[in-house]
Design a protein around this ligand. Structure first.
Ligand SMILES: Cc1cc2nc3c(=O)[nH]c(=O)nc-3n(C[C@H](O)[C@H](O)[C@H](O)COP(=O)(O)OP(=O)(O)OC[C@H]3O[C@@H](n4cnc5c(N)ncnc54)[C@H](O)[C@@H]3O)c2cc1C
Length: 293
């Protein structure tokens, strides 16, 4: 199907994009990589009268390290994140998540900002920004504000971003050098959205006890979740296989997955438990390797 007709605008400056959003209000939609929006327009589920293409705003596409944090412009493509040596060195789980998204075409066009704002309950970045306590920098007619990842996702396909705001930057503070992260995803077929996924960042002290832990999961409900109860369970303890099993049990009991074509709620609870246990074990293995090197 073809989309309903629309006016196409392509500003090159962020300020102009904000002004256009203010001017056209709910009639306008931002276009980033188009990997979610364009299919929706073709199905006529989305019918914006005005499309504001932000891909010519070069100031929104960057990956840089600054003041102990990695900053990613919202228009940074999945492939750039997947292939960035800085990201691979400093936040491996983010590169792992990007490499799991869709197929080559989707990764070449899709952007981290678009994926986070789309807030698909099975999207890959949600778990990562929650595990790493990421922050979303947003700009609108009322100025700039920072939304912590934990406050960003409110429901499936819904965030706390206002309709006249642009997500401009994702900021992730760098973890201690002795901590290691991993992102694991269970999918029905390669390139599909996750049935369940887990992002785990784990650090060990000199005695081998867990002194840093961040966990985000998808597949446990309508939004990606920060697994606070599992983080509390692991923090300060020596991580044994019995403790990992307990963590799996805890997430299984608290998850409220949505039953859909990817599986029943009961199956998804078990899938989430399994992928989380695997991710904790792998992050522990990586943290132990770091500690002994
Ligand atoms: C076949 C296929 C497979 C896929 N598989 C996966 C997968 O496995 N995992 C996964 O996570 N995703 C997957 N995706 C989705 C993909 O990651 C998209 O790139 C992403 O959801 C949307 O990003 P985009 O840049 O294409 O945004 P667009 O489609 O252009 O926009 C999406 C929404 O976000 C808004 N928006 C975009 N950028 C901004 C911004 N900076 N500020 C405010 N609002 C903004 C738009 O107005 C629109 O409402 C898949 C998509 C396809 C087509």
């Amino acid at each position: 199907m073809y989309p309903a007709s629309f006016e196409y605008l392509a500003p090159t400056q962020l300020a102009d994009a904000i002004e256009l959003l203010r001017q056209y209000g709910d009639d306008a939609k931002l276009l980033a990589g188009g990997q979610s929006l364009v299919p929706m327009m073709k199905l006529r589920v989305a019918r914006p009268k005005v499309l504001i293409d932000i891909h010519r705003i070069g100031a929104l596409n960057y990956i840089r390290e600054e003041a102990g944090a990695i900053r990613l412009g919202a228009m940074t493509r999945h492939v750039q994140i997947e292939e960035s040596s800085l990201i691979r060195e400093k936040i491996l789980m983010l590169a792992e998540a990007a490499s799991e998204i869709g197929d080559t075409q989707v990764r070449n066009r899709g952007t981290i900002g678009g994926a986070l704002v789309e807030a698909d309950p099975c999207g890959d970045y949600g778990a990562v920004v929650l595990a790493l306590n990421g922050q979303m920098k947003c700009l609108g007619p009322r100025g700039e504000r920072i939304i912590p990842a934990a406050d960003f996702f409110t429901f499936a396909y819904t965030t706390t971003l206002e309709s006249d705001e642009i997500l401009t930057e994702i900021v992730i503070s760098l973890a201690d050098k002795s901590s290691a992260g991993v992102y694991l995803k269970l999918e029905k077929v390669a390139g599909d959205f996750a049935i369940a996924s887990a992002a785990v960042q784990l650090g060990l002290d000199s005695d081998g006890a867990c002194n840093e832990i961040g966990i985000g999961v998808t597949g446990g409900g309508t939004v990606p979740q920060k697994a606070l109860s599992v983080e509390s369970l692991l923090r300060g303890k020596t991580i044994t296989s019995a403790l990992i099993d307990q963590a799996g049990q805890l997430i299984q009991e608290s998850a409220e997955p949505i039953e859909d074509l990817r599986g029943s709620a009961a199956y998804k609870k078990k899938a989430l438990s399994a992928i989380l246990r695997r991710a904790i074990a792998e992050s522990l293995r990586r943290a132990e390797t770091l500690r002994s090197s």
